[in-house]
Design a protein around this ligand. Structure first.
Ligand SMILES: [Zn+2]
Length: 333
């Protein structure tokens, strides 16, 4: 497919490719900072552009040919594209609610995400990492744009956003979380300091990192309605569902899945379909001390151990969504 070079509409990076899909009125971007994503320019769904910049940076699909990309297309459209392309293309749905549920709103939520990111991207213990200014701003949750009186987005001046980034870095430095040093060419060295490492250890132990909820269930068309009901129930409670049906290659998914279980806040397991994977994921999560909410269709017989646990039993999908939201609000703080 032909592409043009533009500035990224989300982070303003140059060196961004844009493709125009033939069959729909969207644009697919490949940005060195945001990775690969598709925006629908007629969409009424107003994703906050500043939140989107950090969301894409933290979840970037950087392999241009890897098939996976974020998109504003609906879940249903994503599923269709995945099956029509026989898994070669993996659009992953995002919308305003998903982005906002993920976005950290308090100072400590932000610093926690920054430290975890630095910890994950440190190849060697104690390593100094180098970042350009644009990825750095996305990492530090700096607003790149502001809205005018007509709610139109305008880029903020570089001087202002760079100063904001410097302020955040200096706060993290003052509290002994990180070391940083600026180079004249716009590169910044960052390394973790003792308090940063300590906080990462604490977070990894406390199993309360972020808003992600892993959904363990049988995948496929048969369970689609239940999957959407679970997704809705989790989003309505203010959390961010991680669902792995998007990925079909099992070799690739396993380590990533285990990592998602380790990093998630809690797990929702659908045991309606006697799915061994769901039992395995639930067991692994419980071994890590995570909360697990079990759901199952009325009439399902559960394995003995699972039957001991308090379970949401549902007859209809609407009932599942309502009960799940209520249960999450009551049991997860
Ligand atoms: Zn970008």
């Amino acid at each position: 497919m032909d592409y043009e070079m533009v500035n990224c509409p989300v982070c303003n990076s140059n060196n961004t490719k844009v493709y125009y899909p033939e069959t729909r009125d969207t644009r697919i971007y490949v940005c060195p900072v945001c990775g690969k994503f598709e925006l629908d320019h007629n969409s009424s769904d107003g994703i906050n552009k500043n939140h989107l910049a950090s969301y894409l940076f933290y979840h970037a699909y950087s392999d241009e040919n890897g098939g996976r990309y974020h998109t504003e297309l609906s879940e249903e459209a994503c599923t269709e594209i995945r099956s029509a392309s026989k898994g070669k293309r993996h659009p992953i749905h995002m919308d305003a609610q998903i982005v906002d549920n993920w976005y950290p709103h308090t100072f400590s939520e932000k610093t926690d995400k920054i430290l975890l990111f630095l910890g994950e991207h440190e190849k060697h213990f104690g390593e100094i990492q180098k970042y350009g200014l644009t990825p750095l701003k996305a990492m530090l949750f700096i607003d790149l744009q502001e809205t005018d009186s007509e709610k139109k987005y305008k880029w903020r001046h570089d001087t202002n956003t760079i100063n904001d980034a410097r302020r955040v870095l200096s706060i993290l430095k003052q509290t002994n979380m990180i070391f940083y040093q600026e180079h004249p060419m716009g590169l910044v060295d960052i390394a973790l300091e003792p308090e940063g490492y300590k906080r990462i250890d604490e977070l990894q132990r406390s199993m309360s990192v972020g808003n992600d909820v892993l959904v363990a269930m049988e995948f496929g068309d048969k369970t689609k309605a239940v999957r959407e009901a679970i997704r809705k129930g989790i989003i309505n409670a203010g959390f961010n569902p991680i669902i792995y049906d998007e990925v079909e290659n099992n070799d690739f998914i396993m380590p990533e899945l285990l990592k998602s279980i380790r990093d998630c806040k809690f797990v929702v397991a659908d045991l309606s379909d006697y799915n061994n994977g769901a039992y395995f994921e639930e067991g692994y999560a419980m071994g890590l001390g995570k909360a697990v909410i079990q759901v199952c269709k009325k009439g399902t017989e559960l394995h003995f151990d699972a039957a001991q646990k308090n379970t949401i039993v549902f007859e209809t999908e609407e009932e599942l969504t309502t009960k799940l939201t209520r249960r999450i609000r009551a049991t997860i703080s």
